[in-house]
Design a protein around this ligand. Structure first.
Ligand code: NAD
Length: 411
């Protein structure tokens, strides 16, 4: 099943619960605009290479469209389309005044020099500057992109449209960024994991957690939960998994990764396992925080964790979701679990427009407040309607977007 079809399954389930009319379903499921561009770039060795870039603008009923830019070899139009629609539901679940979009380039970032990465990014902006903008579509970091890439986007955009830092979020703090954006997604995953444990009457101390992916989301989730006294027993990245029954020394693993090309390869203080084995560990909480589609109908029944918190976007296939649901595994869905990033991006965007900025403590407090409100609404709706947290989150998001679309008038 393709990525977009998978999101559509979740959408239809929630739309049925909402008894949404067929015409509204069609309006909400389709993307507003899909753009594919060619990005010809001269590489450092003098050869010409053509990359393909995408930007999908899904829905703008609730405000300017918002969503990350992913640089990864598996990026294609179907994946970007599905991620763009998830952004529409995600921004609505946390009640931000945004719609959803997503973009990406199919590229192996690790094989690029910094100058090549910059040239590709600037060329991409040359192709899409007319359709993005602070009141229209605001990119942000995702897999393979970071604050440097966002600074290049802001600079390149300004060459066409003048100074406008609010065109992109996730910028460097010293260059119109906001303190706390870099950690926000992982911190949000951590905050919501604790909320979920609390609702289930469980204490964080000693809770065994396995985290797949040790990039932006995975590392900040690990740090937050480690500081909250959880025991991070397994971590992983593209080089495989690392397990330690008594708990990984998170600061040590982070230091190791930073000094080894951001990879855990050769990390000595843990037992080697595979990424597949990590998913099936006997832990209390499993947090997929790398790529999508890792929990499938083939491995869902082997998952022993009673709680899954989706740090990554779309890590669970709908068939797997049915198996987990039947086994009473509680899944905190991506559109809520990893919404911390877009929430702090919203703070950054709002402050760019006012030339005013908050300190880190205020950002953290407001992040927790926003996520807690969304969590409570989703939890209550799931109890009230006797549906999974995923269906409740989709219902909340879709309901809000459908109301905005109707109120603004469709014709
Ligand atoms: P990142 O590029 O910083 O890190 C990705 C991590 O996953 C790296 O450790 C990488 O080695 C690992 N990885 C990649 N492919 C893997 C594979 N096949 N198996 C195991 N590990 C693999 O990316 P990120 O920003 O941390 O994003 C991770 C996930 O979180 C993505 O699904 C992304 O869409 C989602 N997300 C990110 C943000 C954000 O603010 N960065 C916000 C919301 C959602």
């Amino acid at each position: 099943m393709r990525s977009f079809e998978a999101v559509q399954r979740y959408f239809e389930r929630a739309a049925d619960e909402l008894e949404l009319a067929g015409s509204m379903r069609t309006l909400l499921i389709r993307a507003r605009r899909e753009v594919q561009v060619q990005i010809p770039v001269e590489m450092d060795n003098g050869e010409l290479h053509s990359f393909i870039g995408y930007r999908v603008q899904h829905n703008r009923a609730r405000g300017p469209m918002k969503g990350g830019l992913r640089y990864h070899p598996e990026v294609d139009l179907d994946e970007v389309r599905s991620l763009a629609s998830l952004m529409t539901w995600k921004t609505a679940v946390v009640d931000l005044p945004y719609g959803g979009a997503k973009g990406g380039i199919s590229v192996e970032v690790h094989k690029l020099s910094p100058r090549e990465l910059e040239r590709i990014t600037r060329k991409f902006v040359d192709e899409i500057h007319d359709i993005i903008g602070p009141d229209n579509d605001i990119p942000a970091p995702d897999m393979g992109t970071d604050h440097r890439v966002m600074a290049w986007i802001m600079n390149q955009y300004s060459k066409y449209h003048g100074f406008n830092p609010a065109v992109v979020t996730g910028k460097p703090v010293e260059h119109y960024g906001i303190p706390g954006r870099e950690e926000a997604t992982g911190r949000g995953v951590g905050i919501l994991t604790l909320k979920l444990l609390g609702r289930l009457g469980r204490k964080p101390a000693g809770t065994r957690v396995a985290i797949q992916g040790f990039g932006n989301v995975g590392t900040h989730t690990a740090k937050y939960l480690h500081e909250a006294d959880c025991k991070i027993v397994a971590i992983s990245d593209t080089t495989g998994g690392y397990f330690r029954k008594d708990g990984i020394d998170v600061a040590g693993a982070l230091h190791y990764a930073i000094t080894h090309d951001r990879l855990l390869h050769g990390y000595p203080d843990a037992e080697r396992i595979t990424n597949e084995q990590l998913l099936e560990l006997d832990v209390d909480v499993l947090i997929p925080a790398a790529i999508g589609g890792v929990i499938t109908a083939d491995n869902a029944a082997k998952i022993k964790a009673p709680l899954i918190v989706e740090g990554a976007n779309a890590p669970t296939h709908p068939d797997a979701d049915d198996i987990l649901d039947a086994a009473r595994v509680i899944v905190l869905p991506d559109i809520l679990a990893n919404a911390g990033g877009v929430t702090v991006s919203y703070f950054e965007w709002a402050q760019n427009r006012q030339f005013y900025s908050w300190g880190l403590n205020r950002v953290r407090q407001e992040l927790e407040k926003t996520l807690t409100t969304a969590f409570e609404s989703v939890w209550d709706l799931s109890k009230e309607r006797d549906v999974s947290l995923r269906t409740a989150a989709f219902m909340l998001g879709i309901g809000r977007v459908a109301r905005a679309a109707s109120l603004s008038g469709i014709s």
